[in-house]
Design a protein around this ligand. Sequence first.
Ligand SMILES: Nc1ncnc2c1ncn2[C@@H]1O[C@H](COP(=O)(O)OP(=O)(O)OP(=O)(O)O)[C@@H](O)[C@H]1O
Length: 285
Amino acid sequence: MEETQNTVSEKSQPKSQKDRQVVLSVRDLTVGFGNNLVLDNLNLDIYRGEILGFVGASGTGKSVLMRTVLRLLPQRSGTIEILGVDYDKADEDQRIALDQRLGVLFQHGALFSALTVKENIQLPMREYLHLPQSLMDEIAYVKLEMVGLPADAADKYPSELSGGMIKRAALARALALDPDLVFLDEPTSGLDPIGAADFDALIAKLRDTLGLTVYMVTHDLDSLFSVCDRIAVLGQKRVLVEGTLEDMFAFDDPWVQSYFRGKRARSVVRHDDVHDKDQPAVSKD
Ligand SMILES: Nc1ncnc2c1ncn2[C@@H]1O[C@H](COP(=O)(O)OP(=O)(O)OP(=O)(O)O)[C@@H](O)[C@H]1O
């Protein structure tokens, strides 16, 4: 990241980070709609195996960035490299191969209501792979188990599931092709605190066991404080700051300060861990 981006300097990052593999690299990305410039020369890196929490005030462009990275929206300028592939320069075969290495959990799950859970999970397999039905069934049951859903959820329709089950079923679909990089758009929104904490724990477990890299757009302070390795804040049409929670606490910006040091944040941070009165420590419980 260039220093002009106001990112945390390399000195304050863990030393090993410099050697880590960049899985997603966004450079000088500009996206807009008519006169509405949403992202202006934005830069962002995500490293292999990390859970990156992406935050920002409502309407700053978090969804626009995610959708642009997923090629669902066009960019005006800039480059996006995922797993070493620049989609704009890639040929058809490279694009298809890249698409299979990405998993997406859209906000509210976005399951097809006319399909059962099993059929939803099998959609990516049908699109990209030519497998016998019996094998696709087997894989679907493995994915269900992976996300903590019972086998009998397979034949249910989305309308028969609770909000938490829909998120898990959508996650199972996102994992259908064993992706390297998973995009989660507000995965815990609409869940009660216990359901949200369980979902966070599931994401951390999947990252640990499958070696996933996770890009998580979230407003959930509990998620940021409990499972995210790094945080990036979107503001003023670019990444204002990226780094650890301590970097967020130290960053001099009114929105960042009120978000990470506000009343809501203070209720999540464990006060008995506070090292000094200006620098609250963070609970990882
Ligand atoms: N398809 C589109 N056409 C025109 N403008 C759009 C489109 N999608 C998003 N925008 C605009 O881009 C800006 C950023 O929207 P976006 O949905 O990315 O915000 P966000 O940070 O995800 O907000 P929230 O946290 O509320 O979900 C808004 O001004 C929005 O109106």
